[in-house]
Design a binder for this molecule. Structure first.
Ligand SMILES: Cc1cc2nc3c(=O)[nH]c(=O)nc-3n(C[C@H](O)[C@H](O)[C@H](O)COP(=O)(O)OP(=O)(O)OC[C@H]3O[C@@H](n4cnc5c(N)ncnc54)[C@H](O)[C@@H]3O)c2cc1C
Length: 408
């Protein structure tokens, strides 16, 4: 396995780094970026349109989307180090390059399974960064980490589908640019397990679809992301052509979105952890206790050394998963993706936690980004499937593995 970056990737790394340094990091001021205090209701960061225009001009646009000529033509392995750099500023960087969740996953599905009409209506403006989208799968009433429990009903009614049910955690639903929800529900309750669910595209302003509120993330409203919508679907009617992918194929279609989505989060988490290390290092050099900079304390140096080991190991796990996705396919690489999904948020959380400790009270406050980075790493131990579910699938694969040597 050769994880050395190609010249093309090195060039892009330099350009993405310069873009982040010159445009994105300065856009974080004032601190309210992390709070969105001075933003329009549920809108993007105020400078986002300018950042997107600049990113497009520099050819730093849609860097994700392998296997599709509409993206930048990068493999997952090539995209990983670039997504990592955008993760240094997770509320601005990825969106500025049109590489943010949940749109990336939705674009992957639409590009792979969307009809020509769906691609024209939804994929084209998403790729152009003109609209945003949400993915509406999780439900408050059922344990949604087992997707078989998803209960929203999508009934076949003549030339329409009719949706009834409630969703929550539909990230980005409240963004003013969000125009479409990709909704998972039951079309075929009598079918065998795994073939009961389908996906449909629902315009966010469809009659009967009400956004009740947004849930918070440890108190952060995630306004930049468009919140996390609690959505009521009451007799929402969409045409038959709204079906995305095959009827009864909802799980398979969603899976093709979740694998890349998970690994993209891991790539960005490495960047968040790197930022935490950069911040804690600078801070420790300048804060003096009992006559010595904190950086000279053994305990701080242990934290720093451990952070470097953890991050480097996590990066290799991510690159390995990306490499496998490129070489054997997303489905076959699911165990490598699961391993990354378990390991990386935990590593990032640990590293950011130590950076918070280094900052003292400043780290707990939201005057610095560490608190927000921490909650992001923490929630990613639940979002995209909780750790336990990924451990379950890894353990089941392990139980089937034939050992190299027979010793029992
Ligand atoms: C910030 C954020 C953004 C999100 N964005 C989206 C989105 O855009 N669209 C969307 O549809 N969803 C989204 N989600 C929802 C997320 O995917 C779900 O919360 C997650 O899949 C878990 O489902 P649940 O909340 O129903 O938990 P439950 O299924 O109720 O599980 C609760 C707990 O049970 C335990 N558990 C579950 N299964 C097992 C097992 N096999 N073994 C042992 N323990 C187990 C785990 O500890 C788990 O955390 C988001 C969540 C968050 C926090």
């Amino acid at each position: 396995m050769d994880f050395d970056y190609t010249d093309k990737v090195k060039d892009l790394q330099g350009r993405v780094t310069a873009f982040m340094q010159d445009y994105v990091i300065p856009s974080e001021e004032p601190i309210s970026t992390w709070f969105a205090e001075n933003r329009d209701e549920w809108g993007a960061a105020p400078m986002m349109d300018d950042l997107k225009a600049e990113a497009k001009k520099q050819g730093l646009w849609n860097l994700f989307l392998p296997e599709d000529s509409r993206g930048a033509g990068l493999s997952n392995l090539e995209y990983a180090p670039l997504a990592e750099i955008t993760g240094w500023s997770p509320t601005i960087g990825p969106e500025a390059l049109n590489c943010s969740a949940p749109d990336t996953g939705n674009m992957e599905i639409l590009s792979r399974y969307g009809s020509p009409e769906q691609q024209e209506e939804w994929l084209k403006p998403l790729l152009a960064g003109d609209i945003r989208s949400c993915f509406s799968m999780t439900e408050p009433a059922v344990a949604s980490s087992d997707a078989n429990n998803i209960a929203l009903r999508i009934e076949d009614d003549g030339d329409s589908w009719v949706l009834n049910g409630r969703k929550w955690w539909s990230s980005s639903a409240l963004r003013r640019e969000t125009k479409v929800a990709l909704v998972m529900g039951v079309t075929d309750p009598e079918a065998e397990v795994g073939k009961r669910h389908s996906l449909v595209c629902v315009p966010i302003d469809a009659p009967g679809l009400t956004i009740l509120r947004s849930t918070t993330v440890f108190g952060f409203d995630d306004r930049h992301e468009g919140g996390h919508g609690v959505l009521d679907y009451v007799d929402v009617r969409v045409p038959k052509s709204a079906l995305l992918g095959p009827r009864g194929g909802g799980f398979a279609v969603a899976q093709s979105r979740l694998g890349p989505g998970r690994i993209h989060h891991c790539m960005r988490l490495i960047g968040m952890a790197e930022r935490a290390v950069a911040m804690m290092t600078e801070r420790a050099k300048t804060r003096v206790t009992w006559g010595e900079p904190v950086a000279d304390q053994g305990v701080f140096q242990t934290w720093l050394a451990d952070a470097r080991i953890q991050i480097n190991a996590a990066r290799l796990v991510v690159l390995n998963a990306a490499f496998k996705m490129d070489t054997i396919g997303n489905k076959e690489a699911r165990h490598e993706i699961a391993a990354a999904k378990i390991m990386v948020p935990q590593v990032a959380r640990d590293v950011i936690d130590r950076a918070i400790q280094t900052f003292g009270g400043a780290g707990i406050s939201s005057d610095f980004p560490l608190a927000y980075l921490y909650v992001t790493a923490r929630y990613l131990q639940v979002a995209d499937g909780p750790d336990e579910v990924h451990r379950r699938s890894l353990a089941r694969a392990e139980l089937k593995r034939v050992p190299l040597l027979k010793v029992m």
